[in-house]
Design a binder for this molecule. Structure first.
Ligand SMILES: [Ca+2]
Ligand SMILES: [Ca+2]
Length: 168
């Protein structure tokens, strides 16, 4: 397992429901990009051990930053299929939410996604990934039960409390 920590200041462009995002427009967020092979549930547990939740990607700037880093660092070469992110529609089909709360302000689905593909699992696909074969555009993926779909993940950790955030 190789963990890369990157920090950036995210300009949050819409109002989120969680306390951390209602105080300031500028929040220091640390993204842990973890290559390896994890199920969705394993990724959630491993991310929690790092003090975070599977990542939310609030805007194109953040998306570009993360995917460019994945490419440049070579971490993308170290995963079979991609990286889990916090997006999912497990509670209600086709109603995608971030696992740590907040509105879905921005998406970057690959062509034809999300398709809730049921070919290999009748429950369909409810968990979000940055998919390797589409240059890390977004895809809905089987959450469980398909061992070959284990992947890396991106974990989001608040780098500081908002009241103590440095000025960007
Ligand atoms: Ca689905
Ligand atoms: Ca899909």
């Amino acid at each position: 397992m190789k963990i890369i920590n990157i920090t950036l200041f995210v300009l949050v462009s819409c109002v989120f429901s969680t306390h951390a995002y209602t105080i300031s427009n500028h929040v220091a967020v640390e993204y842990h990009i973890v290559a390896g092979s994890y199920t969705w549930d394993e990724a959630i547990a491993e991310c929690a051990s790092l003090g975070g939740t599977l990542a939310r990607i609030p805007d194109k700037r953040t998306d570009d930053f993360i995917t460019q880093y994945i490419r440049d660092s070579g971490l993308g070469d170290q995963v079979d299929t991609g990286f889990w992110i916090g997006l999912n529609d497990r509670n209600e089909e086709d109603n995608f939410k971030w696992i740590n709360g907040g509105e879905v302000c921005y998406t970057n689905w690959g062509e034809g996604e999300p398709d809730n593909n049921t070919n290999k699992n009748p429950q369909g696909q409810d968990c979000g990934q940055l998919r390797k074969t589409t240059d890390f555009k977004w895809d809905d993926e089987y959450c469980t039960g398909v061992d070959i779909r284990e992947k890396g993940f991106i974990c989001e950790v608040q780098a500081c409390s908002c009241s103590k955030c440095p000025e960007p």
